[in-house]
Write a protein that binds this ligand. Structure first.
Ligand code: DMJ
Length: 611
């Protein structure tokens, strides 16, 4: 067949020459001459021409179809944009809900950073109309909770009001940009490798950031995060989670988002999470196991040892109690109150606790370290804050707290030989160690709130001294950032106050110092605390900011040339560090008033109950 086909090709040329050379003919004549030409062709030639026409027609159809697919229609353009530019999505969804207000609403959302107070208020009202729509159409039906939407007043969040707050909001946006682009829906961003990492697979960064965004007035981002919680946050998950971390970050984050927005979705998710965490308390002593599988409900001690961490089992109370308060179901509160009651009944040294407790025996591990740093810290914080949460009605908790602070003064507080910097050391197998974790730097803030609520003046004095030391842990380092752990020289006046071991030079973007600076500024009005906070913020900007999006923990605060990015942006950087900086630079003491809110240990504000 093929040779025949090729041999006939010259005759096709002949046909075309013939047609082009003939003079123009009237249409009927032309048709006749075409027929004549056609009749002169062999059967093979006709077959080939027919085949060429069929193939040509089919190709034409195919190309036309492809072109049609390329052409935009309204629906597809919108959905494509949703994937590439999620912010546009917000605007379009809102347009549909408020066809009569679209232009103004969009304008407000896009001009968010430049708002004056009045416009900002309008902006919040607009967003709350969105929430009402949601509450009625989705949440109310299946949530099983009373969905009301409040219009946030000025004390709930008004966005940045001055240059320093604006700088912090820009930092948040930069962090969020990286997370959104490379790690959306995952726990954390790896900003250097531009990838995601998962710990529990619960979108930790999104949930930890919800209230920060609300307070900063980043309502587009908040809406987007809210949609993720609604559609993609799956809690029935075959994953082992740590009870404490999940409670302070996720349960606390959902509860505070609920309080600020009054959006029942967050409460419903909080309730489901609370239920999935509850099996932890099914231990012989009722001291919770550290871990639980969110799907099977199987709870167990940590993989690395037999005991639960004392600060962990005693720093879940604010959240579980609040969950009971909001749902009307006492089971959550009862479980955590039983833990506190049990810990209160155990013998302690001057109110100070060892850092491990066994969930089976209910006993402290004999000889375990006593510290206000890792594994001890938030036990002390939650003693005070539980007392505040219930309107200062549970005096036993306050008394335990006061006893513990006295115990610290007696056993743990010492001063450096050179400059008399006060710090809090540790008791390791009964001996004093002049080691202080950066984590201890939450304590000045807690002491300041205690004093604000009537506790002794010595608490505020200690708070100021410790805050100075915590700031010094930053200022003494070449990068202006604190190491994870510092050692203090108490014997030799010729030596520097602070020493850092090679293994401790990292900085994880932790919040504790700026947290305390916020409380101290809010409660004393001393601008020194703001100045220190601004210097710390600038150091974060200089040494931890990653081009393109995100901030990274670093390996060495001593090395300005090569601080060594560790490729990790902890969710608490957005949930806590940037939030406390934003609050530190606020001129408005009614913004999350400390007389109305108590912050959990992950910086999520929860309301103080009225007795
Ligand atoms: C946070 O998860 C909380 O602040 C916790 O209390 C301690 N560790 C980190 C921040 O450093």
């Amino acid at each position: 067949m093929y040779p025949v086909y090729y041999e006939s090709a010259p005759r096709r040329d002949f046909i075309s020459v013939m047609v082009s050379k003939e003079p123009p003919e009237p249409p009927s004549k032309r048709r006749q001459s075409c027929r004549r030409v056609w009749n002169r062709l062999s059967r093979l030639q006709r077959t080939i021409i027919c085949a060429i026409l069929v193939v040509g027609a089919m190709s034409g159809l195919y190309i036309a179809n492809g072109l049609m697919n390329e052409l935009p229609d309204d629906k597809d353009t919108l959905s494509q944009r949703h994937n590439v530019f999620p912010n546009d999505n917000v605007v379009h969804v809102m347009d549909q809900r408020h066809p009569d207000k679209d232009t103004k609403a969009n304008q407000r959302l896009h001009d968010n950073d430049d708002k004056d107070g009045e416009d900002q208020k309008l902006h919040f009202e607009q967003v709350n109309e969105e929430k009402k729509t949601k509450g009625q159409s989705q949440d109310g039906a299946d949530a099983g909770v009373d969905v009301q939407v409040q219009v946030p007043n000025m004390e709930d969040g008004v966005g940045p009001q001055n240059a320093q707050q604006k700088a912090v909001v820009e930092a948040f946006k930069h962090a969020w940009k990286g997370y959104k682009q490379y790690a959306w829906g995952h726990d954390e961003l790896k900003p250097i490798s531009k990838a995601a990492s998962d710990w529990f697979g619960l979108g930790l960064t999104i949930i930890d950031s919800l209230d920060t965004m609300w307070i900063m007035g980043l309502m587009e981002e908040f809406e987007e995060a809210r949609r993720w919680v609604e559609k993609d946050l799956v809690l029935k998950k075959n994953v082992d989670v740590n009870l404490f971390e999940t409670t302070i970050r996720v349960l606390g984050g959902l509860l505070s988002a609920f309080h600020l927005s009054n959006d029942g979705l967050f409460l419903e998710k909080a309730r489901e999470l609370g239920d999935r965490l509850m099996p932890c308390f099914n231990s012989p002593s009722k001291i919770p196991y550290s871990d639980v599988n969110l799907d099977t409900g199987k709870a167990h001690p940590p993989r690395w040892g037999p005991d639960s961490t004392t600060s962990e089992v005693t720093s879940i109370q604010l959240e579980f109690r609040e969950l009971s308060h909001q749902t009307g179901n006492d089971k959550y509160k009862n479980a955590v109150d039983e833990v506190m009651g049990h810990i209160q009944s155990l013998p302690k040294e001057n109110g100070l606790i060892p850092i491990f407790v066994n969930a089976r025996s209910g006993q402290f591990r004999a000889g375990a370290t006593i510290t206000v740093g890792a594994r001890g810290d938030s036990y002390y914080e939650y003693l005070l804050k539980q007392w505040l949460q219930t309107g200062k009605t549970e005096d036993k908790l306050r008394d335990e707290y006061v006893t513990a602070i006295e115990g610290m003064q007696k056993n743990l507080v010492k001063s450096t030989a050179a400059n008399g910097l006060k710090f809090i050391g540790e008791l390791v197998r009964g001996s004093f160690s002049p080691k202080m974790d950066h984590l201890v730097c939450f304590l000045p803030g807690t002491l300041a709130i205690g004093h604000h609520n009537g506790l002794d003046a010595s608490h505020l004095e200690l708070a100021k001294e410790l805050a100075k030391t915590c700031y010094q842990m930053y200022a003494d380092m070449p990068t202006g950032l604190s190491p994870e752990i510092a050692y203090f020289n108490i014997n030799n006046p010729g030596k520097p106050d602070i020493e850092v071991k090679n293994a401790d030079t990292h900085n994880l973007l932790r919040p504790e110092t700026v947290e305390s600076l916020f409380y101290l500024y809010r409660l004393t009005g001393d601008k020194q605390y703001r100045d220190w906070g601004w210097k710390i913020f600038q150091a974060f900007e200089k040494y931890t900011k990653v081009q393109g999006g995100g901030y990274s923990s670093i390996g060495s605060v001593k090395d300005t040339k090569n601080p060594r990015f560790r490729d990790k942006m902890e969710s608490f950087f957005l949930g806590e560090t940037l939030k406390y900086l934003f609050l530190l630079f606020s001129d408005d003491p009614t913004l999350l008033s400390l007389d109305k809110y108590v912050f959990n240990t992950e910086a999520h504000p929860l309301p103080i109950w009225r007795p």
